[in-house]
Ligand binder design. Structure first.
Ligand code: SF4
Ligand code: SF4
Length: 159
């Protein structure tokens, strides 16, 4: 590559970076700090009925959803960071903000991306219940019903 071409490439890169920064500034100005209103934690991939039932238990709690991305399972806690100002949607501890906030990339921005690439998403325990029915059969929750268990035992005893 000639020196002229190299300089042109560098200038193009610089302009692109500048444009990206500008876009971020504009969109952050319009946004209510969506990226500071949740955190997602990786969870173990469920393998059997008990694992799926544990996830159903997570989903019984408020402001929790569970999603699968690139084959990995995550619990999403929809809880606002207490340092996000509701007056101007800025960080009240900007200078001391944790490493994870500093490393947040524009590519991960929630405001612009409408495709999160989730293979699965559960917003409630009922949704998980339906999924478990498909996976393990319609009577999948019967084993949690002590009355049905007793009846079964009784019927067995009669025989
Ligand atoms: S979600 Fe995106 S636009 Fe909104 S504050 Fe965070 S980085 Fe800025
Ligand atoms: S510390 Fe600041 S940047 Fe980090 S999540 Fe809270 S408000 Fe957002």
């Amino acid at each position: 590559m000639t020196d002229g071409a190299k300089t042109k490439k560098k200038a193009k890169k610089k302009a692109k970076k500048k444009a990206k920064k500008k876009v971020k500034k504009i969109q952050c100005g319009k946004c209510e700090g969506l990226c500071c209103r949740y955190f997602a934690l990786p969870i173990e991939d469920p393998e059997d009925w008990d694992d799926f039932d544990d996830i159903r238990w997570f989903l019984c709690h408020e402001n929790i959803d569970v999603f699968v991305e690139d084959g990995d399972w995550y619990m999403n806690v929809r809880n606002k960071c207490k340092y996000l100002s509701e007056k101007n949607y800025k960080c009240d501890m900007y200078e001391k903000r944790p490493k994870i906030c500093r490393g947040y990339k524009i590519a991960d921005c929630d405001y612009t991306s409408d495709d999160y690439g989730h293979e699965l998403q559960f917003k409630s325990d009922r949704q998980m219940e339906e999924y478990m029915k498909i996976k393990f059969g319609e009577k999948v929750l019967d084993k949690l019903n002590p009355k049905k268990k007793k009846k079964k035992r009784k019927a067995k005893g009669k025989r």
